[in-house]
Ligand binder design. Structure first.
Ligand code: DGL
Length: 268
């Protein structure tokens, strides 16, 4: 089974792409809705919550976990990977994040070497995208911009309201003046505003769909790692776990996924 972890609903945008590209596997989604958002939380809190979720998903039988949350991927992925590597009986379990595939794609497609990154405060302040991009190509310039008001607006269903567009425009002005030609949406929720981002940035700026890139990267990973791929069960199962109210998760999450969600349970 493949586990997908997010601080709340946002990671469903990633799961949706996994189901489209790799439908045969069993999936378990874990949304920490009771403690979302993670974006402004301390490193210690993000680490403790993510560790708890990862352990839970492994205990439920996941062999591969994707940390779909950019904030958690940025701040604690490396630490968790190293901790699990040190544990002798878990060598057949893997944890992956979302920063590397999005950074790789941006480096691949930029023409003028100016990449913009938008995300939560935690993600931007961690400089995780900058580190990853500079590692891939030290000549590229990275311009980060935290957009803390966007997550609550998306959660409220306000993605396409004029008020939200106005706020988004304010956030994007500095990136436009930095002449970025590629923009990474470094937050699960921003995919809901993809069209708004594209419209404001203009035709010359490429804004890739993060879910699509992460799904393509997972597909490639499974091809390159048959030792992990063969461990994954494939009965087409879809399980949803939330740390908050399962009914609300089914309702809001269903709207996020564009389909009815069965099998929603509260974590215990
Ligand atoms: N899932 C988070 C991320 O991708 C956004 C929501 C939050 O702040 O928890 O960064």
């Amino acid at each position: 089974m493949i586990g997908v972890f997010d601080s709340g609903f946002g990671g469903l945008t990633v799961l949706k792409e996994f189901l489209r590209v790799l439908p045969k596997y069993d999936y378990m989604y874990y949304g920490d809705n009771a403690r979302t958002p993670y974006g402004n939380r301390s490193h210690e809190a993000v680490k403790a919550f993510t560790e708890e979720a990862v352990k839970y998903l492994f205990d439920k039988g996941c062999r591969l976990i994707i940390i779909a949350c950019n904030t958690a991927s940025s701040q604690v992925l490396r630490e968790l990977q190293q901790e699990y590597l040190r544990t002798p009986d878990v060598k057949d379990r893997k944890i992956l994040g979302v920063i590397r595939p999005l950074a790789e794609q941006a480096v691949k497609i930029t023409r003028n070497g100016n990449i913009g990154v938008v995300g939560t405060r935690g993600t931007i302040e961690s400089k995780s995208y900058e580190t990853e991009i500079k590692h891939l190509n030290p000549a590229v310039h990275v311009h980060g911009r935290a957009c803390p008001l966007l997550v609550p607006l998306v959660e409220e269903g306000w993605s396409h309201k004029p008020e939200s567009r106005m706020i988004l425009k304010k956030y994007l002005i500095p990136l436009k003046s930095e002449n970025v030609d590629t923009l990474i949406l470094g937050c699960t929720h921003y995919q809901f505003m993809l069209q708004e981002f594209k419209r404001i940035m203009g035709k010359k700026v490429q804004v890739p769909n993060p879910g699509e890139i992460i799904a393509a990267s997972l597909k490639d990973y499974l091809k390159r790692h048959p030792e992990i791929e063969t461990l994954l069960t494939r009965k087409g199962g879809r399980h949803f776990l939330t740390t908050d109210d399962p009914q609300r998760f089914a309702q809001v999450g269903g709207a996020f996924m564009g389909t009815r969600l069965e099998n929603v349970k509260k974590t215990v």
